[in-house]
Design a protein around this ligand. Structure first.
Ligand code: MN
Length: 228
């Protein structure tokens, strides 16, 4: 796909997003950005061949293997987008608040280039919030359909959460940035990152970590809901 479409859609004099430049990097990073645009969604991005393959997941990822989340493929993004958090001005493409919700690395379980063409990606995530194995599956649509509709599905493994309420609560419990600790409202208001506030105190733990510890870990969630 390349970055042409990404650059076409944006006016870099008006948006704080990074301009799209191709990269020769060979990494397998992933990032998920919570994006409060026309509709709230989670942008799910997997690095492959120097770009971030991208899908907009309307309801957000679910840890419950019974949930199949609609993931609409969107234009490839530059690798530098993986560090972006902030506000895209109203009136610009994707205008709204962007939060860094998860990041880490992904591990293809099958040939990802072939999978992308054939509409089936199987991979493991090693993120701060999402882990274990997942699949992205292309739904068969009409030839006239312009959008590529995929489904994001959690495989049933030790990182899965079967309890419906717990799986839903997970998104509520993680409604803050992994980078800055900020809520969507705080990012939208331009409130400085929480981590910066604690920087003055010499021995204070980084705020992001402190915030994380308040949230039940996935392991804790699983323990709670499996043993009840
Ligand atoms: Mn988006």
């Amino acid at each position: 796909m390349g970055l042409q479409l990404y650059n076409q859609k944006r006016d870099f004099a008006k948006t704080p997003e990074p301009a799209g430049k191709a990269s020769k990097a060979k990494g397998h990073s992933f990032v998920i950005q919570k994006h409060d645009a026309t509709r709230l969604h989670y942008d799910f991005r997997l690095e492959l061949d120097g770009v971030l393959l991208s899908w907009a997941v309307t309801k957000g990822p679910s840890l419950n293997p019974s949930d199949k989340r609609l993931a609409v493929r969107t234009e490839d993004h530059p690798l530098s987008y993986g560090g972006f958090e902030g506000t895209i001005p109203a009136g610009q493409y994707g205008g709204g608040t962007v939060m860094l919700w998860d990041s880490g690395t992904w591990e293809p379980l099958e040939d990802p280039r072939k999978g992308l063409k054939e509409g089936s990606l199987k991979f493991k995530l090693h993120g701060e919030r999402l882990n274990g194995s997942w699949a992205l599956v292309l739904m068969k649509g009409k030839a006239s359909e312009k959008r590529e509709n995929w489904l994001l599905i959690k495989h049933d493994d030790e990182d899965a959460v079967h309890d419906e309420k717990a799986a839903l609560k997970f998104l509520d419990d993680t409604a803050f940035s992994i980078r800055s600790g900020r809520s969507m409202d705080a990012i939208g208001a331009g409130t400085p990152a929480k981590a910066q506030k604690t920087a003055a105190k010499p021995k204070a733990a980084p705020k992001v970590k402190a915030a994380k510890s308040k949230t039940p870990s996935l392991a804790a969630l699983q323990k709670t809901y499996k043993t009840v």
